[in-house]
Design a protein around this ligand. Structure first.
Ligand SMILES: CC(C)(COP(=O)(O)OP(=O)(O)OC[C@H]1O[C@@H](n2cnc3c(N)ncnc32)[C@H](O)[C@@H]1OP(=O)(O)O)[C@@H](O)C(=O)NCCC(=O)NCCS
Length: 217
């Protein structure tokens, strides 16, 4: 989106766009292919600065993002899961050093949300089965629409990949957030982490509709 001389916002010529989770997701012609800028109409509607929201860029994660992703995972869990899980579980969940398996997973399946090129949130989508995981937002950015934008992005990627269902295991604290994103699920289950920790969770799912894609012949 461009700023015109009279300070009003004008729409750029978009190659393709879809509306997903109330966010306008654009697919500009880009040498990086999947680098997509979210125009957070939704955030603007909440009275926050649209100029600020426009700086949020969600892109495929790379190896170099792994340490930031690891740090955000740990601080997000400790900030918001506290009170929902026993302290010993939280300590075990966030203990230890970053592993090679984690780094490889970030590079393969994760996306990062960046503000002014600084990573403020993460999300994972397994394109093979529609499993969503690792939706974490830096605590100082929680409640500003970053998580919702990440979910909108993962959903748009899933739809583009032809998936019809997204599934996830929500932390006990995050189920209301996922419901706001259109996921359903009430029953408690058990999430077995890759580090062998069993955590209470709420399995949830969202059926995807084929979105209308403008500009597609
Ligand atoms: C859960 C999390 C990803 C949400 O991200 P966020 O950026 O804070 O959420 P948003 O600001 O995009 O919120 C979107 C909507 O969900 C609501 N919401 C977000 N977190 C919520 C919560 N814990 N409880 C109730 N509602 C919540 C918001 O109020 C907002 O509602 P609105 O559309 O009516 O304004 C983030 O808080 C987080 O990282 N939590 C800790 C880690 C975690 O548990 N992740 C989930 C792993 S399965």
């Amino acid at each position: 989106m461009a700023q015109s001389s009279d300070n009003s916002l004008t729409m750029p010529r978009l190659e393709r766009w879809i509306v997903c989770n109330n966010a306008l997701v654009t697919f500009p012609r880009s040498p990086n292919g999947f680098e997509i800028e979210h125009l957070l109409l939704r955030v603007g509607q909440r009275g926050r600065s649209l100029a600020e929201s426009m700086k949020l860029v969600i892109r495929k994660a790379e190896l170099k993002d792994a340490i930031a992703a690891w740090n955000i995972r740990n601080v997000a869990i400790l900030a918001q899961c506290t009170g929902h899980y026993p302290n010993e579980q939280l300590a075990a969940w966030t203990a230890g050093e970053i592993t090679d398996a984690f780094i490889q997973s970030v590079a393969r399946h994760w996306y990062v949300a960046t503000l002014n090129e600084s990573v403020v949130g993460t999300g994972m989508l397994d394109h093979a089965n529609g499993q969503v995981d690792a939706v974490f937002v830096r605590p100082e950015r929680m409640g500003t629409g970053v998580g919702h934008s990440i979910m909108a992005h993962l959903e748009s990627r899933a739809i583009a990949a032809g998936l019809t269902l997204l599934t996830l295991n929500s932390t006990l604290n995050a189920a209301p957030f996922y419901r706001k994103c259109g996921f359903v699920g009430e029953q408690r289950g058990v999430y077995e982490s890759s580090r062998g920790i069993s955590l209470a969770c709420i399995p949830m799912a969202k059926q995807l509709a084929r979105a209308a894609v403008a500009g597609e012949q």
